[in-house]
Design a protein around this ligand. Structure first.
Ligand code: UDP
Ligand code: MN
Length: 361
């Protein structure tokens, strides 16, 4: 015998439910029709309500997706975009008014534009187009600028005055020279992996081995980082350094007493008095490195991972990169490097197009 099971239709089911529920109260057929209609209406309403809610969720989701993509576009293509603020870095650039045209403009129009509000300058005299509260002037205290131990030490002593002023706003304090390119995104990513409440002294060792100190006090060898590759100090280091850099003359006297250049003296202070070792980072580069740009293939393979780049006219720059902008001279290819790293920037797209198609638009 075939067992067949027939399912009641929806109407039958409703009717039976209604009769089960209402026969006991003696509902007649009129009453039943009324109840049935009400029940049906309620279900219809529930259905409409349900599809309305689904549509609403879909609309909200679509709006969110559209909003996200427009936000992403704006952020990707806006040259004044600031990298994530999760790591608060103060960028200090040591320069001289006489280097404004030759060096600084290339930086101002490339990496500094990305972190403008966090960049400060130590300079002998006023620089054009830069807010006064973003500069510290050294001529009064240090005298005429010169590339000498005393003069540069005096200038560097101002770094700590500036750091102190901004200690509550920033967590990392980085010194750069005006002949350096900084990949600010890489720097942010790197520093975000470290704790700024731990004393850190980060940079590239200037010499291939330690400075063999034998004189007192502290006759022990130590590493020091070249300021020419950039040096970053954590907030904790700045706090610990404070008693040793209270004023400009304290630092200058230290350099002269020890007969150390500004970066060597910093390394010495940190090593001898504070026991803070150098954290070497091979992605910081200065123009001291002879071979950094000599292997084009290697450079093009690795430069995206680097944090700082140093330049010098005698082939210590990526000379193999093209001069992509016809209107602005790019002698050290700083602008070309910037556009290679940030190809999506409007300005770079335009320059690249001009270069490739030789157009003037
Ligand atoms: N500098 C300065 N005044 C000078 C000479 C140099 O402030 O009279 C700064 C310069 O702007 C740069 C740093 O010191 O930030 C190092 O100078 P430079 O790159 O000319 O020489 P380097 O020592 O790197 O060969
Ligand atoms: Mn230099």
């Amino acid at each position: 015998m075939q067992l067949s099971r027939t399912y009641p239709t929806e109407q039958q089911r409703l009717r039976s439910t209604a009769s089960v529920q209402y026969t006991n109260v003696g509902c007649n057929s009129c009453c039943y029709r009324l109840l049935h209609r009400r029940h049906y209406c309620r279900r219809m309403f529930a259905l409409n309500h349900c599809s309305f809610r689904t549509s609403l969720v879909i609309i909200i989701l679509c709006s969110l997706i559209v909003y996200y993509y427009s936000w992403r576009q704006t952020n990707l293509f806006d040259i004044s975009r600031q990298p994530s603020k999760s790591v608060r870095i103060l960028y200090l650039v040591r320069t001289s008014a006489r280097f404004y045209e030759k060096r600084l403009t290339h930086l101002l129009e490339t990496w500094i534009a990305l972190v403008k509000s966090d960049t400060f300058f130590v300079t002998d005299t006023l620089l054009p187009n830069i807010a006064q509260d973003h500069m510290i002037l050294t001529k009064e205290t240090c005298g005429l600028d010169a590339h000498t131990m005393g003069s540069l030490c005096c200038k560097t002593a101002h770094d700590f005055q500036l750091y102190r002023r901004h200690i509550s706003t920033y967590d990392w304090f980085c010194h750069f020279d005006d002949d350096q390119y900084v990949n600010v995104d890489n720097l942010q990513n790197y520093l975000s992996t470290l704790d700024f409440n731990t004393p850190y002294y980060i940079g590239r060792n200037s010499w291939p081995s330690t400075l063999k100190r034998t004189k007192h006090p502290y006759p022990t060898p130590f590493w020091f980082a070249t300021l020419g590759a950039g040096v970053c100090l954590s907030k904790r280091t700045i706090q610990l350094l404070n008693p040793h850099v209270q004023n400009v003359s304290q630092y200058v006297d230290g350099c002269i007493r020890e007969n150390y250049h500004d970066d060597i003296y910093l390394g010495f202070l940190l090593h001898a008095y504070l026991n803070i070792p150098l954290t070497k980072n091979e992605h910081f580069h200065s123009h001291i490195e002879k071979t950094f740009y000599s292997n084009q293939q290697l450079f093009l393979h690795t430069f995206r991972d680097d944090i700082t780049f140093g330049f010098r006219a005698d082939k210590r720059y990526p000379y193999f990169l093209p001069q992509i902008d016809k209107s602005i001279l790019d002698p050290l290819r700083i602008r070309a490097l910037h556009c290679l790293l940030y190809t999506h920037l409007n300005e770079c797209q335009r320059k690249l197009q001009q270069h490739l198609f030789n157009s003037t638009e």
